[in-house]
Structures are given as C-alpha cells and as structure tokens.
Design a protein around this ligand. Structure first.
Ligand SMILES: C[S@@+](CC[C@H](N)C(=O)[O-])C[C@H]1O[C@@H](n2cnc3c(N)ncnc32)[C@H](O)[C@@H]1O
Length: 438
C-alpha cells in the first residue's frame, strides 16, 4: 500500500471511532517502510488541525461540506493538511494520489471540485493563518492550533489568557515516542535502538526513560519482545515513579489498570510486591495480562475484570494507584482525534465518576497507606476539584508532597501537581499523593 492510500484507510478507521495510533500501527504493516512516515504525517497533520482545515475548505467550496461523499471530504482534509502544512509533498504528486483515490472509490465526478478547492485553499491559507496568528482573540488562536473553542475558553478561565495561549501551542506540537527501560540496561538499549536505525538517547530527567525521534511505535523495536523496552510517556513514568516511591511494603492495587502500562511499571520497579490490577473492560484486562507475561511478572500480578466500585481486593492494599478514566485533554498532541470526540458536557460525568473512584480507593487502602490519584487531563474539574472534594469530606485523608521536582511541574491549586506538556515526550498529567491516617 502507498503512503497516501494508508492515510485514507487510517482516516476511515478513525472516523469509525478507533484510535489513530492503533489504526495506523495495523495499517502500516502493509506499507513500504519508505512510505510509512509520510502516511503518519499526513494522518496526524490532518487530525491535529482538523477544525482549521474544515474552516478553510468550507469557505472555498460551493457545495455544503457535509453533503460531499466521504472520500471527497477525506481527500479535501488530507489534501489541505498535506499542501498547507507538510513540506515533503510535491503538490502535483499529492493531487494525483488524491484523485486516484476518488477514482478508486467511484467519486471521479468530484475531481474538478477537489482541484478547484485545494487550489484556492493553498493560495489563501498563508494569509488566513497569518491573520489568526496575529489575532488577540482566543477563539482564533484555538482555530489556528486546532483546539476545540470550548476547551480553550475553559482553559483560559482556569489558567489565564497567556498560559492558555502557550497551552494551545503545546497541544499542537508533535508528540514523540519515549520508552521505559530498566535503568541498569539503559546504555546498552540505547545502543541497540540506534543500531536498528531508531534515533534514541537517554532522558536527562528520568533514569528509566529513553527518548526517541520517532512518532508512532516502530514494529520490531529491539528489546520489545523480551520486555526490556515499553512505550510510555515521561509524564506517565513520573506518575508511576511517584507510586513506586510511595510504597513501603504490602500489597499494591492498580484500580483502573487499562492495558497495564503503569501496572507493568510498578511490578518491574517493585520486585518484592504482589499486585492486583482491575479494569472494567474485558479486552483491556486480557491485554494487561499479556503485558505482564511479556514483562515476566505474571506470577506476581493478578488482573481482574470488573467495576472498581464493587470488586473486593484479595489482599488489603497499602498502596493504590487510581489512574482514573478522564477526558485525556493532556494527551491531545499524542491522540489528536480525541479532542474532536469530547463534548464539554462529558467533563461533569467524568468528575462524578472520578470522585467515586477516589473515594473507593480511600475506603480500600489500609490506614497508613497511600493513594496516588492521577489523570492525563489538564482540566481542574478532573484534578484539583476532585481531590479537594475528597479532602474536604474525609478527615482521614491528607495530601503528602509529590516526591519529585522538575521544571515542567506546577503546583496544583491547591492540591496535587500538574505536569505541563512542555516537551514532545511529556503529556499533560495531574497527580496527587494522599495518605490515609492511621
Ligand atoms: C486512564 S485509563 C487507565 C490507564 C492505565 N492505568 C495505564 O497506565 O495503561 C482508565 C481505565 O479505567 C477503566 N475504567 C473505567 N471505569 C472503571 C470502573 N468503574 N472500574 C474499573 N475500571 C474502570 C477504563 O476501562 C480504562 O481502561
């Protein structure tokens, strides 16, 4: 499959509700290595600033956008992103590939429209983008950087205008792959990665992290099969490390374990601990159990499917990681499709569930034990406000300081620590460490 064709295939999968990274990983196995980067750049470029591309197209297309055939809409958006943003395309080659796609899907009648609209868009885009860049309106900045207007307005109430402008810029930045490794083997693994053609180097911030210049997950990464390397953002690693350093013996419970990324981190960093990991989704529980086998820790970790509000731990835990479901707004540069699926009203539902899950963790943890609450969100409703509600309600809980310092950390207002998405390997996260009084 050629790169442009792969971008179309992935685009359709994302429209059906799949994660872009997942869809792409599967599709790229059928794409020639030389074309993979092109497919990924085109898909991510189109997704990141989808609202801007649609705005440019709508104002230059005589037919209503939503009435166009799906292939034409996809061709217009991918084409706009490719022509306006990505430098490695020769316009005529891209146009030709898009037109071939229309023909393959029996929409050749739309070829003149495609040519005309893309021609106008590429002519007008630089001026329009300059206008947005110079505008004092937050709405315009949100459009320029591809952030839903409601989210930008929300952030500006929480962070103020100038911080929000920075956040908009950062949310449009390309996210790169970082890897969790055994710190004692880091140099050797960096060498193996480099020998296999992946630009990789040690993270200056975390002893267990390696940074790479690739985005997406290269199949067959050296050390992956044997469990020596695991894709994980540095912010996620900080949260895992905070849980590791909160352990002082006893059983560990990962309340919302997902596919076990942080569970695996805890299990490998705490070789004397036994762990239980829960998740509502059967698919994730299976994936989590497989992940434990890959890491060679399956004998110490029990994955269980069920509702964390109802399950009972087999051993009362002295440490609970509550990495709760959230809007994911801190990971929008890594998963740009997520921002277009989230509605403002959903935040309230998340917050209600988050309070209940944190309360459950507080009930289950042994006196003297700790709960690490975390989200990959940058909305206060899901972060400080959840912790504040619990701390206000329960006198048996107190906050303990976050165990690390970094220039990307900001003090939560008033509780917890916000990890600012200031580098391509660092997503926006929030974490608070709580202790249950004896
Ligand atoms: C942020 S994700 C966890 C990611 C995971 N900790 C990791 O690092 O890979 C939140 C998870 O919570 C799960 N979840 C949602 N509601 C739940 C509930 N009531 N009980 C248990 N798990 C739940 C979701 O299925 C999702 O996998």
């Amino acid at each position: 499959m050629r790169g442009v064709e792969a971008a179309f295939a992935a685009w359709y999968e994302v429209e059906k509700g799949r994660f872009a990274s997942e869809a792409l990983r599967q599709i790229l196995t059928e794409v020639a290595p030389a074309e993979r980067r092109l497919a990924a750049s085109l898909l991510y470029g189109a997704l990141r600033r989808q609202s801007l591309w649609k705005d440019l197209i709508r104002n230059r297309c005589r037919r209503p956008f939503h009435q166009l055939a799906p292939v034409t809409r996809a061709a217009l958006i991918l084409g706009t992103a490719g022509l306006v943003e990505l430098r490695h395309f020769v316009p005529a080659v891209l146009m030709n590939a898009l037109a071939m796609r229309l023909r393959a899907e029996k929409a050749q009648g739309d070829e003149p429209l495609l040519h005309a609209v893309l021609h106008r868009v590429t002519e007008d885009a630089p001026r329009k983008m300059e206008q947005l860049r110079n505008s004092a309106e937050l709405r315009d900045q949100a459009l320029l950087f591809g952030i839903p207007g409601w989210a930008a307005a929300h952030w500006s109430r929480e962070w103020g205008t100038s911080e929000t402008r920075r956040l908009l810029r950062l949310s449009a930045m390309k996210a790169y792959l970082s890897l969790r490794v055994d710190p004692t083997r880091r140099d050797e693994l960096v060498e193996a990665l480099q020998a296999a053609g992946t630009r990789a180097w040690a993270s200056p911030d975390l002893a267990s992290a390696v940074r790479t210049a690739s985005f997406g997950f290269p199949p067959g990464l050296p050390g992956y099969e044997e469990g020596a390397v695991t894709p994980m953002s540095e912010s996620s690693l900080w949260v895992g490390e905070a849980a590791v350093s909160s352990w002082s013996g006893g059983a560990v419970l990962d309340l919302c374990a997902g596919r076990g990324v942080k569970t695996g981190h805890l299990a490998t960093r705490l070789p004397e601990a036994t762990l239980e990991a829960w998740d509502l989704s059967a698919g994730r529980v299976h994936a989590g159990a497989r992940e434990m086998a890959r890491l060679g820790v399956a004998d110490r970790v029990t994955f269980r499917e069920g509702d964390a509000l109802e399950l009972e731990p087999r051993t009362p835990p002295s440490l609970i990681l509550a990495d709760v479901p959230c809007s994911g707004s801190g990971t929008w540069s890594r998963h740009p499709e997520a921002k277009w699926r989230l509605a403002a009203e959903k935040l309230e539902d998340y917050a209600v569930l988050q309070v209940r899950l944190l309360e459950r963790a507080a009930d289950l943890v042994l006196p003297g034990g700790r709960v690490v609450y975390s989200t990959c969100s940058l909305f206060r409703e899901e972060n400080e406000k959840v912790v504040a509600e619990l701390l206000g309600r329960r006198k048996d809980l107190v906050e303990v300081p976050f165990p690390f310092k970094n220039s990307l950390f900001r003090k939560g207002r008033p509780y917890g620590t916000v990890i600012w998405p200031g580098l391509p390997w660092v997503d926006g996260f929030y974490a608070a460490v709580l202790m249950k009084r004896r």
